[in-house]
Design a protein around this ligand. Structure first.
Ligand code: FEO
Length: 176
């Protein structure tokens, strides 16, 4: 059985992850509006991945006899100055999420909740990847500068991102 403190904290993290999904979907619309379909595709898949993260917490709470309570989702930003500023804002957001995961790990340790620690270890590793992938794209954008041709090439590259799993399909092993 999951204890109330952890249950409440995980419900808050579900909200953080769904907001992340909403934020990245908003970024996708920003790129759609500019006809940058590769960037838009990449952010739509990122939005899907964030919903998968939310559902990992959801399944964990349910499996341990807790109660998922959904909260209001904050309105995301809708405009940015440039492609680079979108990715810088994304990286900053991921750093915030990493900090949330670290706080949850601290709480799980304090509460001696080893099942939660196991789940959270997956997120600790995932956040390293998340921050690295945004940083890599920022580096490429910095190299591209204002060269339209290079920006076009990055757009093409991002259009190749493969779809992940359906976050709502609990029969898939990754959702367990
Ligand atoms: Fe769920 Fe991108 O952190």
């Amino acid at each position: 059985m999951i204890n109330k403190k952890i249950n409440d904290a995980f419900n808050q993290q579900i909200n953080e992850e769904i907001f992340s999904s909403y934020l990245y979907l908003s970024m996708a619309t920003y790129f759609d509006n500019q006809g940058m379909t590769g960037f838009s595709h990449w952010f739509r898949l990122q939005a899907q991945e964030e919903m998968f993260h939310a559902m990992k917490f959801y399944h964990h709470i349910v499996e341990r006899g807790g109660r998922v309570l959904l909260k209001a989702i904050q309105k995301p930003e809708i405009n940015w100055e440039s492609t680079l500023s979108v990715f810088k804002a994304s990286l900053k957001h991921e750093q915030h999420i990493s900090s949330c995961i670290n706080d949850l790990m601290d709480l799980s340790t304090k509460e001696k909740d080893y099942a939660s620690r196991s789940l959270l270890q997956w997120f600790v590793d995932e956040q390293v990847e998340e921050e690295a992938s945004f940083t890599e794209i920022i580096d490429k954008l910095n190299l591209a500068g204002k060269q339209g041709q290079m920006l076009y090439m990055i757009d093409r590259e991002l259009s190749a991102r493969q779809a992940g799993i359906n976050p709502f399909d609990s029969s898939q092993p990754e959702a367990e």
